[in-house]
Design a protein around this ligand. Structure first.
Ligand code: NAP
Length: 305
């Protein structure tokens, strides 16, 4: 099959090539998905799981990409719940070969059925950003209606999902980002916007939940804004600053079929909009994913247009 591979961590995305790889086989409880569209997070090149298997052994050449939308083409031994020919979408295992390829093997439980009226490209943009927002807000952040959320990077892939889901849940959302992000963040539903390079972050007042996608100094300044009993949720590694009288959580998104079903239902009925910047075919994936081109929103690779 055709696949994008990376072989050299130091070269990062610049070391990506389109090549031939063996098709994956389905292990126990797996399905093989014939991929129609694949989503990708540029920071994957820095994740240890891109370079090692679960035992810590080097797994290069590695196929990146972990968001998948496609059709089940094979079932592993003992697999139930999905059938051959079924449309699915979801999150591929971090430590196995990923989704910038024509086929991927995934544990069936990490996928959800994809309704026929949702495009594969739309579905491939949802698993990481949608599930991360959902889990950060509702599981780790315990968000309640009427609370105030500081949503950093509110024009980005995760931030636009955080903003929309928090608003739907009845929260007041203060989005942040760069000056050029203001219009987009407000368009996705932020109640107000803070330009982190020019506005005073402290002026937003106290919030119940900080959803941090940036880290560093911005996280430290944000922790000080959290009300007693509030929560700092970080998706960029171990928390660097704890709120004085609240919780701090960092987490990595997990696959969850029931949450994927909730997310795709919101896309179908218009409560959630996707944030896709570019859709490119597999043959052009290497240049489409080039890190020197700044994207606002996700790059989706259309494997079977
Ligand atoms: N833990 C997890 O499970 C998990 C899941 C998903 C993502 N992540 C991580 O979360 C981060 C965000 O992911 P994403 O896909 O949402 O990325 P993204 O689409 O690039 O969004 C990030 C947004 O934040 C903005 N931003 C970053 N630094 C900023 C700064 N110093 N001042 C103002 N704005 C700033 C970016 O603007 P510019 O583009 O202009 O910099 C962009 O609009 C990445 O590091 C990713 O690896 C973690």
């Amino acid at each position: 099959m055709k696949a994008i591979v990376v072989t050299d961590q130091a070269a990062g995305l610049a070391g990506m090539t389109l090549t031939e790889r063996p098709e994956p086989t389905a292990a126990i409880n797996d399905v093989v998905v014939q991929i129609h569209a694949s989503g990708f997070v540029p920071t994957e090149m820095d994740w240890p799981s891109t370079w090692t298997d679960r035992a810590g052994h080097d797994k290069a050449p590695s196929i990146p990409g972990h968001e998948v939308a496609g059709v089940v083409s094979a079932l592993g031994y003992g697999t139930t719940g999905l059938s051959i020919g079924q449309r699915v979408f979801g999150l591929a295992d971090w430590h196995r070969d990923g989704t910038l390829a024509e086929y991927v093997a995934v544990e069936a439980r990490n996928l959800a059925p994809l309704p026929g009226d949702v495009d594969f490209t739309v579905a491939a943009s949802l698993p990481i950003s949608g599930l991360t927002a959902w889990q950060g807000l509702f599981q780790h952040g315990r968000l309640q209606a009427g609370q105030a959320v500081l949503a950093h990077g509110a024009a980005g892939a995760v931030g636009t999902m955080v903003t929309q889901l928090a608003r739907e849940a009845g929260a007041y959302v203060i989005g942040t980002g760069r000056a050029a992000d203001r219009e987009k963040a407000l368009d996705f539903g932020a109640d107000e916007f803070v330009d982190l390079e020019n506005d005073a972050l402290d002026a937003v007042g106290r919030v119940d939940l900080v959803f941090d996608v940036i880290g560093g100094e911005i996280q430290k300044r944000s922790a000080a804004l959290i009300k007693p009993g509030g929560t700092l949720v970080s998706i960029v590694g171990p928390v660097e600053a704890h709120p004085a009288d609240g919780l701090a959580v960092d987490f990595v998104v997990e696959a969850d079929r029931a949450e994927l079903v909730e997310i795709v239902q919101r896309v179908r009925d218009g409560r959630l909009r996707t944030n896709i910047d570019t859709i490119a075919p597999l043959d052009e994936a290497v240049s489409a994913l080039n890190p020197t081109v700044r994207r606002k929103g996700k790059t989706i690779i259309s494997i079977r247009p």
